[in-house]
Design a protein around this ligand. Sequence first.
Ligand code: NAP
Length: 349
Amino acid sequence: MSTGSPVGSHRVVSPAGSLPQAADRLDPDPEIADDEVRVSVERLNLDAASYRQLHTKHGGDGDAIRAEVLAIVAERGKMQNPVTGSGGMLIGTVDAVGPRSPLGLKPGQKIATLVSLTLTPLRITDRLERWDGRSEQVPAAGTAILFGRSIAAPIPDDMPEALALAVFDVCGAPALVRRVVSRRSHSGPTVAVLGAAGKSGSLSLAAAKDARAAKVVAVVRDQIEAAQMRRLGLADEIAVADATDPLQLSRAVNEALGGRGADVTVVCVDVPGCEHGAILATATGGTVVFFSMATSFPQAALGAEGLAADVEMLIGNGYVPGHADYALHLMNARPRLKELFTARVGKQD
Ligand code: NAP
């Protein structure tokens, strides 16, 4: 058994010297190094921005989407959409554990990986034949590799696997929102969540409330989602706007907040082009959290400069200590949030 690098650099095929996330290709060989874990894959969760890009590109043709996912994994040794750069995560059963693995996992344990598919060596063995290509969640067979420095969480016994997978995929968002809102809690911050009816968006609403935001605005794209938000009961105000239309969006947020921008704006939309609206909708001195993988760094940086907007901008790191437990806690404490999530996951199956 070979000795691995905790960050997985020994799995990089090209370009030499890069870390797995930035690599073009990884070696997905199921043979593990002494600090690695092999997972028998059961289901992938494609990141929302990646799935939407594939869906749009292939006009919703499930066979073509499946063929492209298979081609990406075969070519790259990992599932990283070359256009969006994003991946997702997976659930499976621990199959083999190297003697020096620090992750504390045991063979037979059912887990979700909490590191991105963009850096997880992956081999698919069933040609994804149980997937019709029409959902973010992908029943799959194959093997995935975790490194010494990866993270994984056991699947809770009391939650359907598909639901747990969807929650874990976006669990970085509520944990970061809690941190950012708590930091400002002395001044009673207002929070606007864009894409509030989605998975990361609804969890972010719950986190903003939990962190005692003074006022929380759910920004959704139509009246159907607005009705869902009213039933959810986590937002003080509901605003309907296209998040890619900067003037419409900032007007809607300002109206909801009595003529001011939000102190914290959280971007949980899965389409590109929301940077300028998010910046315009944020008060001077406020913070924009870009959780969306469809965010463009130049659009955000140059847009803020061009608007002379003094706002702090954070990239939504998918990892915050305790993020998985916190997301499960929010979900279990709010039956209506669970219902919304379940409906969203069910719609994809
Ligand atoms: P989701 O459940 O699909 O939610 C996205 C929401 O945005 C949906 O409610 C969608 O409405 C709404 N939306 C789409 N276009 C809109 C527009 N023009 N105006 C207003 N709302 C619009 O997605 P998710 O799983 O929460 O993911 C959200 C983003 O986070 C994605 O970009 C994903 O890639 C990213 N992500 C980031 C990380 C990280 O570590 N930073 C991890 C996981 C995911 P409809 O349903 O009506 O389209």
